[in-house]
Design a protein around this ligand. Structure first.
Ligand SMILES: [Zn+2]
Length: 197
């Protein structure tokens, strides 16, 4: 997304501190990097219910539900998921230019973001997972309208994988969405204040 405005042919700039620099001619432009927070979880974990209270609880960040770009990015009914995820990293980089961090709500995994082209324009990425018991997940998924997917067993496996691999886990089975949003906001602020700048 950052190209040298002097060189021919086009040269992609390299990140250096809070700038983007041309390795050929030294052209430099601002490219602030802020941390990205990802609130992941398998279907039925309560991600949708958390969106509005989390956006209200974190006015210093910008909160998105990643599903919002699924329809705009559909071509012939299918989505290029790497392009979809890279688009969200680009959005987060844009928001960082105003000094704000982005919070993405979506079923993402760290390894899906690590090698994307825009990854180097983002600061550290921190993950938290929303979780509930398998029984609660089954009940929630079965209560959904029929146009939503109901691959319960796949969601249970994905939930187990996230639970095993991501250290920050919040349980939505007993807490209300407002309570979970407050816990997430506290996690974001704690993480933001503990990082090295
Ligand atoms: Zn240049």
């Amino acid at each position: 997304m950052h190209f040298c405005q002097r060189c021919e042919p086009a040269v992609v700039l390299e990140p250096a501190a809070d700038a983007a620099v041309c390795a050929h001619c030294g052209w430099t432009e601002p490219a602030r990097r802020e941390p990205l927070y990802v609130v992941t979880g398998a279907s039925g974990a309560g991600k949708s219910a958390i969106f509005t209270p989390l956006a209200a609880a974190l006015p210093e960040c910008v909160v998105f539900d990643v599903d919002w770009l699924i329809d705009p990015m559909k071509t012939d009914g299918s989505v290029d998921w790497d392009a979809f995820r890279d688009a969200w990293l680009s959005v987060a980089h844009g928001i960082a230019q105003g000094g704000r961090s982005t919070v993405l709500l979506g079923p993402l995994m760290p390894e899906q973001l690590a090698d994307l082209p825009s990854r180097r324009w983002i600061g550290p990425i921190h993950f938290a997972v929303l979780d509930c018991t398998d029984e609660q997940r089954r009940t929630r998924l079965q209560a959904r309208p029929s146009w939503r997917e109901h691959a319960v067993d796949e969601h249970l496996l994905f939930a187990a994988h996230l639970r095993r691999t991501i250290p920050t886990v919040l349980h939505t089975g007993t807490d209300t969405p407002a309570q979970t949003a407050q816990q997430l906001a506290a996690w974001v602020r704690r993480t933001a204040s503990s990082r090295d700048r």
